[in-house]
Structures are given as C-alpha cells and as structure tokens.
Design a protein. Sequence first.
Lengths: 141, 375
Amino acid sequence: MRVLIVEDEMLLAMELESEVEMAGHEVTGLAMSSSQALEQIANEKPDFAFVDIHLMDGPTGIDVGRKLAEADVPYVFVSGNIKKIPEDFAGALGAIEKPYTMNGMKNALAYVSAVVMGDKDGLPPASLVLATEAAAEPGFA
Amino acid sequence: MQEQDRNRTDARDAGDRLVAGHVREDPFAAAFKATRMPMIVTDPKQQDNPIIFCNEAFRRLTGYSDDEVVGRNCRLLQGPKTDPATIAAIRSAINAGQDIAVDILNYRKDGSIFWNAVFISPVRDDAGSIIYFFASQLDFTNVKSREADLAAARHEAEAEVAKHTANLRAALDARSLLVHEVDHRVKNNLLTMASIVKLQARVTRDEGRKQTLMAVLNRIEALSTVQRKLFTLDDVSKFDMSDFTRELVTDLVSATGRDDIRLSLDLAPLLVPAVKATPLSLIVNELVGDAVRRGLNDGGGDIHVVVRRLNGDFLIRIEDISEPVEQDSESAELGSMLLKALAQQLGAKIEKKLEGRKTVVDVVLLVGEEQENSH
C-alpha cells in the first residue's frame, strides 16, 4: 500500500519510512506540519497514513486526521500521549503509543495493511490501541 | 416657624401632664429620670409623633438638651448612613402599633455616629388605644466595632487563604506541566536513540556488528516499553508487571513471523513499585529473549510465561521446550552480566532448571508488605 507519514521529528520519520519500505510498502511522502500534510493528501491520496499529533505547527495532527477521515483514508495516530486523542478518535483506526518498539511497529503495520486490504479478521497486536477498544474503556477521554 | 413653636409647647405640656399624672414621689417616674438607660416617650396623638419626654441618660447619649429634643420626631437621630430599610421597619411597626427591637445607626448632635439598639413599644390606655410610644436606647458601638474588626480580620484571613490557594494551584499546574513535558521528552529521546541505533545497523555491512547493534536496540526498546507503561495506572507509584510482560512477549513472538513458536500465557495482575519496574522488566526481557532465540531453531518451540504471586512473593516463570542452542559467547556474557546485576539490585532470586529440552527459569522477588509499599 501507499503510505503517508506525518511526523515532525525527521529521524523518527526516516526510520518509520525504512520500516514501511522493508515491509514491502511504498511511502508517498513525509510531512512535518499540517499544511504539508494537507497539501500531500490533496496531491496524491495515500492508501494509509501514520499521523503524529504534535506537529511543527502545534497539536494539529488531529485536524490532519479528520481531513484523512473525510477523504476516506484509513490512518492511525502515533503519539506519546494517546490520552490527548478525542473520544471519537477523529476517525482513526487506532493509535500506536510512542516510544514504540521495532517489533511493535512491525506487528501494527502488518495488522493495518491486512485491514486496508480488506482482511478484518486478524487479531490486533498489543502495540496498537484500537479506537473501538479505547471507546469501550471507561474513563478514556 | 410659629407652628413649630406651638407644637413644641404642646409637646412640653403633654410631657408635663405625663409627669404631673404621677405624684412627686412616684418611684416609677424617679426611676425613669435617673436610670442610666436612655429613654424617651413620644405622643402619637400629636402631629408627627413628637418626643414629649426624654431622660438625662438620653441627653448624655445624644448631646441634645431637653429643649432641642422635645417636640421633635425621633428622626432627628438619623443621618445619611442610617439604613433606610431599618427606618422603614420602625415606621411600619409604629403604624401597626407593635413592639420593635432593631439596631440602627444614629447621629449625635455633634454629628458623630453610634450604633443604637433601640426598643420601641406602644403604651395603651385602659380602652386599649395607644397613648404613648416608649423607646429605650442602648449604645453598642463598641460591640459593633469589635464585630466589624472580627469580620475584617476574617475577610483578611480568607483573602490570604485564597491567595495562597491560588499560588499553590498555579505551582501544581506548573509542576504537572513540567512532569508531562519531561515524560514526553524521555519518550521522544528513547525513540530517537532507538532510531539512531537502527540507522547505524541499517548502514552496517558486517553481520556481527549488526547483531551487536540489534542487541543494544533490544535493551533500549525494553526501556521504552517500561517508560510507556509507567504512570498509566491510577496509582502512579505502581507498575503492572503482567501488562508489560504480555506486550513484550506477544510483540516479540509475533514479530518473528513464525507460527511454530507457540506461546501460552498465565498472567495475573502483579503491581510492583514503579522503582522496581526497570530492573525487573530488563530481567524479563533477557529471559524471554533467550527463550525465543531457542525457539527460533528449525524445530520452533513452546513458550509458557507465568506472572503471579507465590505465597505473597512475586513469581515470574519463563518456560520453553525447544532444542537448546549454543549462544554466541559475547551475547551470552552480556546477558548473564545483566541478569546478575539486576537480580542483585532487586534482591531477586533467579533459578534456572534444565530438563532435557525443557528450560524453566524462575524469578522470585521476595516482598514484605513494607517493601511492596515503599517507593
């Protein structure tokens, strides 16, 4: 699948790019701010996206997520504070909490790529908090 | 002016008649005149209900002479700061012919003020109609000012408390913000460290060196997982060893992509003090890593992990059934150094048993109640 990475820490973005490519996917671009992200979504709609919440222009990852959801692009948040994600998860499939591990990211990527391809029967890995699980957990905001 | 003079004369005459109604030696009149309580009598039958009599104590209190008071309505004691609501209450009691006791701010002749606890009562004749009003006064300015002082002191104290509370709240907010910021930086730095090591591993061509880098990455990532799970429980001083173990083991095993490595878990919630989280998690990471490495052999293997209490102590058991493999000496040396140091730090016992293809490693952490609750 074609993956957009929205992340303001360049080292992390590059590493994630390598992980995604090693898993056999294509990276359509790296965006460090919400404006870059929105521009890339408009230019070339990806199949999937990783979205950090805190970007160069502030906590605008949520807005980017809502735009992706509007464009029917599945995505997951990648954030150090998943408690900041709104209750409706802004249309995201789920969230990967930083600092993730190489294995955790690999498993999450395998799971979401299966979901994007239409296979929804797989078990989500521990490293991925699904939006539906989070909503079921009392006290999660 | 003339009318006023006439009224005054009428009031004077009424006062005289009142006193004359009593014999000279009348003990009640004598008491009225001599008492230290200021008193007046008014005549509601005359226009504007004037004072027709006042005693010496009243003249002393107000500074007015007999001539200046008799013939005047009581309102001569009122001034700009007198509460209109109190005046209205007095007026309606008089109109209704009822008793009233109120506190009112009054003015002396010289303009100075005093707090007056006034009691006004109608005096009726045998037929029941009101012939006089009797009023006694009590200057309680001192009491009032003490009350005011107390109230002022209380307000001051409350303001002080409110100020300190606001300061404390601001300090707490600043501290929470700082804690979140530090936690965020620690997480980001761990991930950045991992990224740098991964980058180096990616560009390293030598397979041995690459393995060394991945071994370092493995320990950094164990620390990352601990950091991610710290402060997530309601009791931030505790760390759930089961939760950590579940994620570590399942992520490790599923990332191998091998379905011939079968995993079974027996995990009960086990809260350890947050300070023990890092060394204990690193121990689990070493042991689980060893088990998975053995399972990676051609034949795969079974891995069983137990986390639970054992007679009040903490037990972590990692069991695997697989073909034993020779580990390379460098990584074996690092692994055993880590285990030894961390076990020593925790006061934990690590016991390893080999039964054919089965390897069982028990980590027992002795916990007294006080140790469990210490930080």
